[in-house]
Design a protein around this ligand. Sequence first.
Ligand code: NIG
Ligand code: FE
Length: 399
Amino acid sequence: MRDTLITGIDTLLTMDPSVGEGPLGVLHDVSVHVDGSEITWIGPASDAPSARETIDGTGCIALPGLVDCHTHAVWAGSRADEFEKRLAGASYTSILEGGGGILSTVRASRAASEEQLAAGCASRLARMRARGVGTVEVKSGYGLEPAAELKLIQAARRAGKLTGVRVFPTFLGAHAIPPDWRSDREGYVEQVIEDQLPIVAQYASFIDVYVDDGAFTVEEGERILRAGMACGLKPRVHAEQIAYTGAAAMAARLGALSADHLERLDDAGVAAMAASGTIAGLLPGAMLYLRDTPPPVAKLREAGVPLAIATDLNPGSSPVDDLWACATLACLTMGLTVEEALRGITCVAADALGQPDLGRLRVGSPGPVVLVRPPPSEAPHPAVLVQHFGCPRIEAVVG
Ligand code: NIG
Ligand code: FE
């Protein structure tokens, strides 16, 4: 067990406004003790307990382990050809309709073993952990049949164990209609509910549906989510990405923890999310790769909808595993403030997973603690974490 004292941290972002200054809950000149994977002490360096290992935090910024609350981090195969097609003008939806996109990843993932999928996912999670990410939500959705969906969820769980990343698996059997079910959508919805859900439910935390043009309708999505909720899974929704469908309002009606993407969100959807406390999951990687316009962030902010940021890591619309880069993009392309971005990849993302103990640095909360050394000539000011693109200079990830 690691027993570590990080001493003399210049700027500690607790992400808890009740214990420190401002929305980031800032404390200065403190030490933090981490025992195993738990934060056991925070206070002035002079009172710090002794520990087996000491890390010098002088001149550094510390913050809680980051939370990536929307990923598709378990898959096999490559979509490099699709990237080139999209650069040449093909649309995401036309590629999917032609049997590519998500469906090409489905073919490769069905053909892969659980071991191969776990190894691929673990290498992605290890990269994320090295950048300070402690918790990752991982969706299935590249199996689209009972055994393959289960295999993906089990692989994601194994990858979490292999890397020490806390994985929350999400069942996404409603990610695309498989080609052999195109003439019988209703039959596929029934398969998701009656054959896939019962075997994966005990291994997943959440249920998600992709409601969009070329994917599922609001009515189909709602049926599937309600069936998942009856099995104890909490709902979350891919909403208003390519086409406006009313999925965000449906998510709010079901009490979903988050509705994500939201590029086409309307005022009624904003109001519904605000009323139900549904968090907005902002995915600037997908917005960038699909060369899309931003979601209505000013309206969400004004309505009091909390803003989480995630990578949406997947092989097609967001081959991006760097959550820090997404925080920077959320500021530059969506108009978030530095404080919103830093809360969006920590405490708000934790809330989007229904985990209020995560994404905050408090005594008793689980690790890791992330120690960042500012780039040369920069002071340990929170803004440098977001200002320098995808380049947080991690000194240590403890716990
Ligand atoms: O969140 N929009 C749908 N699903 C994913 C894309 C997955 C893929 O392209 O493989 C997303 O962007
Ligand atoms: Fe997604």
